[in-house]
Structures are given as C-alpha cells and as structure tokens.
Ligand binder design. Structure first.
Ligand code: HEM
Length: 545
C-alpha cells in the first residue's frame, strides 16, 4: 500500500482543496463500507431527527408572523368572542396565525404535534439504550448527550408552550414564577431574571430568543456531537445478531434509504395530525390573565412530571431558618426531580465504577441478563410515571368520582413504596427468565409429546435448541473484584462501598451449568471472588469477557 508521507497540515490542505464531488464520493464509499444492524428501536432515532427537522421548518415559518412581545393591544380580528379584548401582541399574532394566515393553523398545529411526539421518541431511545446496556464504554458520553437532548427538548417545549401567551400558558408561567420565588436566597434574583418586574413582566421577550435561538443551537451542537461519536464508535450489535453472526445492512444506501422512508412517513403523520386534530386552541382559552385560571389546566404531557412533583408534597411544609422562608413544598420536588435527572445522566459511570468495567462493549445485552440494572430502570421509570400521573390528579378525581385528597394519598404511597417493590419484582422476574433460558439451553424446547418407556416411565420429549438459540441464551458472567486493603491493611470507605455496590449489582445471574469460565472470571476467581453453581455475578456477553 502506498504510504502518504505528507505532513498532517499538508493533508488537511489537500482535503480542503478537493472538489466537493470527490469528497462526496469518499463519504459514500465510507458509508457503503459501514454495516449497521436495523432493529425496531432504530426507528426512534429517525423519529427524533424527523421531529426536530419538522420543528425547525415549521418554527422558522411561524416566526415570520409571530411577534415576541407582551405589550398590550386591542384584539380586532375575525374571532368575534374576543373582539375588543385587551391581549398581548404575542397572543394577537398567534390569533392572526390561526385565523387569518393561509396555512398558519396547519403549521402551528404541526409544530405543536412534533413537539409532543419528540419527547416520547426520546424517552423510547433512552429506555432502549438503558435496558440494553447501550450506554456502556465507549458510549458513555453519547448517553450524556442523549440525556442532554431530552432536557433541551423539554426546555424547548416548555418555552414554546409559553409563547402564545394564552390562559393556559399564563397559568404555567405563574407556577414557574412561584417555584422560582420559592428558592431561598437565589429565588428573587432568578424570578427577576426571567420575568423582570412583576408578572408577567417581560417573560415573552425573555423566552422567545431562548426558544428560537438558544435551544435550537444547543440541539444542533448535541446532534453533531452524537453523529461524530456514533461514526467513531461504530454501530452497536443486538444480542440476537451477535448470536446469529449476521453482518447487518450497508449504511448507504440500504439503511439510509430506509431511514428516509421512515422520516417521510413520520412527517406525513405529523402533518396529518396538524391538519385534522386540534391542539392548543388558544382562542377558546383566551388571553393570559394573572387573575384567572382555567379549570382542569394541564401542561403538555412531557412537563407533567414537574407539575405532579409539586402536587404530591404534603401541605404546610415550610419553615424559617436564618431569616429566610424555606418552602419545602417547592424545594423537595425540585431536589427530587433534579436528583432523578443527575442519576439518569451519571448512571453509566456509576455502574462502570461499581462493576470495575474497563472494557469496550459493542454487543447489546438482554435486560433479563442484568437483573439489577433492569430493576433499577423499572423503579426509575415508575418514579417518573407516578410524578407524571400526579399532574392529572384533579382529572383522575373527577373522572373516577373520588376525592382529590385520596388520589394524592394513593400516589404519595405509590411514589415511596412503588419503586423498591418494582425493583424487587423485576429483578426476580429477570432471574426467572434466565432460569428458563438455562433450561432451554441445557434441555431444549418442550415439545408437548409425552412417551411411555418399556419400563412404564413417562417422559416428555425435548427438541434440542439450535446453535443460534444456545448462543443467545448462554451468557458469560463477569465477577466483581474484591476491594483491596490500603497499605495499612484497612479498607477505605470508598473501596468498601464500591465492593458492596459491585456485589449488589452482580446479584442474580444464572449461569448454564458446565459453562466454561471466561478469562476474567478465572482471574477474579484467583483474586478470591465467590463461586458456585448459580453464579451471583452480572452477566456479560462473550465479547466483553
Ligand atoms: C426543540 C425544538 C422545539 C420545540 C420542542 C418547540 C415547541 C413549541 C411549542 C410547543 C409551541 C407552542 C405552539 C402552539 O402555539 O400551540 C411553540 C411555538 C413556537 N415556536 Fe417552537 N419549538 C421548537 C423549535 C422552534 C424553532 C427552531 C423555532 C424557530 C426558529 C420555533 C418557533 C416557534 C414560534 C415562533 C412559536 C410561537 C407561535 C405559536 O405558538 O403558534 N420553535 N414551539
């Protein structure tokens, strides 16, 4: 092979001078050489990207007519019930968009529907990455970026929801102002930064650039960074594909064209929803009014968990310390939700630290094979789900004709008792599923055929599992490394905690009998790790061992 002896700078200069067509050819060749495995979870990445594209295109069109100003004007448009009402310029422009601009309502509603689908798709991406261990080395930064993208989408949705300045968005903003003011020491400053003087102050003028510039720019940076990392790390391999030894399809044109098709279908569905299904009918909510709140006000679904967290705090949680009022009714939900997000973002680092995992992983895991992680995931999802459900506590109470207080009490109990219970049940189910896998790997599938032997015994016939199934069902455990003592013979608290977490994380792995130990297991065994017929270490695929 000819050796390129040019300096890196000379190579860069040559690349910059290369005609675009040659660069395109090179890119196409590289993409054709790349193989990716397509699974149904790959769809969510495409749905996310499509929602962002639809939001950008419709958002730019909306900003042509939208006026980001809270200054009051008299409404004189065609919607008779509001004739002569004092409304903000922002509300007036959204009414113009909805009633007087050709295609305006379609664009508004498509924008809003895309904003509703985006967090759902991101949550599915987070869940599938979490439960399959797709966040492990070397993809930990990519996971951080995915969590960051989710947070940016929430900020984008929340700030967009406020822009029309209707009664619903005004109610949401009043809650935000209350929460900001409830933060000791910094609260007044934070509320002043957002709202200026009083309420609603200049909140529309503050949120419009955040929504139209800062959030989209942040999202673009995250997307580019994720694309670069994805290219560098290569695609993950689903456990089934690894067992079968399939290569996947070419990134270009096979996977790319399928993604384009899926993107076109998603766009069509969003436009269809925008054309046929009313969302955010600001004319029936009316303009924002600090003195009024509409009954049954609900945030967009993805912000429900914050609203629910506020509703679940018992009343009267407030005290005075150091001359400040400490409103725990605000602080506890903020801390709980903040801690949940920090735990979500840092989980891969915590798991890697506890299990002393220092190798790169490219094959995804089956959730049942990592019972503790799966249990933690279900517990975390339940925690989020209960907070989310609590945002609709008033609707639940009126729908089921029960008292609001009883709904809140049930949700409070579920919030505290549900996650540990869900963890334990899930972990046990995962272990049970592993035992079933072990039975199939060792004895094959049940056929339902019972035969009687010459000696009168009854036996069920098992069909041996094929090699692919056996490869899929057979996982190799990786042990926890015991904490080494310090030079003075004692173990530090951190090392002890690490070993404790490692052992806890390793619980519940069922290994097919007679399965050979991996190299790492043997090394761990030599260090004094626990051994037994039923292993108690976390499973790892053969590639990780
Ligand atoms: C993550 C990306 C985005 C999300 C989640 C999002 C979400 C939203 C939501 C929920 C609304 C309220 C829609 C309604 O009135 O019913 C809205 C309004 C608006 N958005 Fe976005 N948006 C995003 C990106 C953008 C971008 C990139 C632009 C423009 C450059 C933009 C411009 C606007 C404008 C002008 C409005 C006010 C008009 C109106 O409410 O009808 N958005 N956005």
């Amino acid at each position: 092979m000819p050796v390129d002896r040019r300096s890196p700078a000379a190579r860069r200069r040559a690349r910059a001078g290369r005609p675009p067509r040659a660069t395109l050819r090179r890119l196409r060749a590289a993409a054709s050489a790349r193989r990716v495995h397509l699974t149904w979870t790959s769809l969510f990445g495409v749905v996310t990207a499509t929602c962002l594209l639809v939001l950008a295109v419709t958002g730019i069109l909306l900003s042509v007519v939208y006026v980001p100003s809270g200054a009051l004007v008299t409404y004189d448009g065609p919607y008779a019930p509001l004739a002569g009402a004092q409304v903000s310029e922002a509300f007036d422009s959204v009414m113009t968009l909805s009633w007087e601009t050709t295609g305006g309502l379609l664009i508004r509603q498509t924008h809003h529907w895309a904003a509703l689908v985006l967090p759902a798709s991101l949550i599915m991406q987070l869940l599938s990455t979490f439960f399959s261990g797709g966040f492990r080395r070397p993809r930990r930064v990519a996971w951080l970026l995915l969590v960051g993208l989710f947070v940016l989408a929430l900020v984008g949705g929340w700030s967009g929801y406020a822009l029309p300045d209707d009664m619903l968005s005004g109610t949401g903003l009043r809650i935000v102002q209350g929460v900001a003011l409830g933060i000791p020491v910094l609260g007044t400053w934070a509320a002043g930064l957002l709202f200026g003087d009083g309420f609603p102050g200049r909140i529309i003028e503050t949120l419009a650039p955040l929504h139209m510039w800062v959030v989209p720019a942040g999202i673009a940076v995250v997307l580019v960074a994720r694309a670069v990392l994805a290219w560098r790390h290569g695609p993950t391999v689903p456990a089934v594909a690894a067992a079968k030894g399939t290569l996947g399809v070419r990134l270009w044109p096979d996977a790319a064209l399928r993604a384009l098709r899926m993107g076109a279908m998603t766009t069509a569905v969003l436009v269809l929803l925008g054309a046929t299904t009313t969302i955010s009918p600001v004319w029936s909510y009316g303009p924002a009014d600090p003195g009024n709140v509409g009954a049954g006000s609900q945030p967009d679904w993805y912000m429900g968990f914050l609203d629910g967290a506020l509703r679940l705090v018992p009343s009267g949680w407030e005290t005075e310390w150091f001359g400040y009022t400490w409103t725990f009714a605000v602080l506890v939900p903020l801390l709980a939700v903040g801690a949940w997000f920090v735990a979500l973002a840092l989980y891969p680092f915590l798991e890697g630290w506890a299990t002393r995992d220092t190798v790169d992983h490219h094959v995804l895991e089956r959730p049942r094979n990592v019972p503790v992680r799966t249990g933690i995931g279900v517990a975390g999802a339940l925690f989020y789900g209960v907070l989310w459900g609590a945002a609709s506590a008033d609707i639940l109470a009126t729908t089921f004709q029960v008292s609001f207080e009883s709904v809140i009490t049930v949700l409070q109990i579920t919030l505290l008792a549900g996650p540990p219970l869900a963890f334990d049940v899930t972990r046990r189910m995962a272990v049970g599923l592993q035992r079933k896998d072990r039975d199939i790997a060792l004895h094959g599938h049940e056929t339902g055929r019972i035969v009687r032997t010459a000696r009168g015994e009854y036996l069920e016939i098992h069909a041996p599992a094929d090699a692919t199934t056996r490869a899929l069902l057979t996982t190799v455990a990786v042990g926890t490394v015991p904490a080494r003592p310090d030079h003075d013979g004692r173990r530090s608290v951190t090392r002890g905690l690490r070993e404790l977490l490692g052992r806890w994380f390793a619980e519940g792995h069922v290994r097919p009998e007679g399965h050979p130990r991996s190299e790492r297991e043997t090394a761990v065994g030599n260090l004094g790790g626990r051994r037994g017929g039923v292993d108690s270490r976390p499973p790892r695929r053969a590639d990780a061992a």
